[in-house]
Design a protein around this ligand. Sequence first.
Ligand SMILES: [Fe+2]
Length: 214
Amino acid sequence: MLPTFRWTTFDLNNWLPPGWQQDVAAAAEAADVRAFPRTPVISRESQEVQEIARGRVHADQVSHHLPWLVKAYRNELLELASEVSSEPVRAAEDDRYGVVLNVQRGAGMRFECHVDSNPLTGLLFCTDHAAGGELVIANDHEARGVAEVDRNCSVIRPHAGHLIFFDARQYPHYARVLTAESETRIVAVMNFYTKSCPESTRPRELNKHLYGDN
Ligand SMILES: [Fe+2]
């Protein structure tokens, strides 16, 4: 099968504010770390997996600890997102899922295998890893669970300061476990929307599951 998934990388190392990595690491201390139940609608875990241990710094905490990141999301990073999209791009209006941090500590956590509901995702990698912690994206739209994703995939190794953009609405993806107990993986996840797939299309079940919306 010819792979069709693609992504665009921007190296922001010379643009990000001095001390940004330490800032992010400090914010990650506040992560909500636990076993999260599989997410409705967008999960692509295999049937037997009901929960996945990971950490999340919620959007309100990101606003509090990393105001420069939220400002960048709504301005300069939105500009870059617009460069890679063929149609107008908007940041999320709902502050609960604009920018969050995903955090993995040690060798027992990974990020859930899922598809995205938003048409454009930006990931700012905040840590480097020689091995482990890769973002793995299936070329097969029907892949379920990490074993099926791994069978035919693109693998992106995190590089601190690299911002990548992609559309993974059709491509199941997950983040691999780290190889050492001493390591922490942090990535800032940004949701963007487009004219043809606006924020109003976000599944209501997702907000109900994540935030208790009715
Ligand atoms: Fe995703």
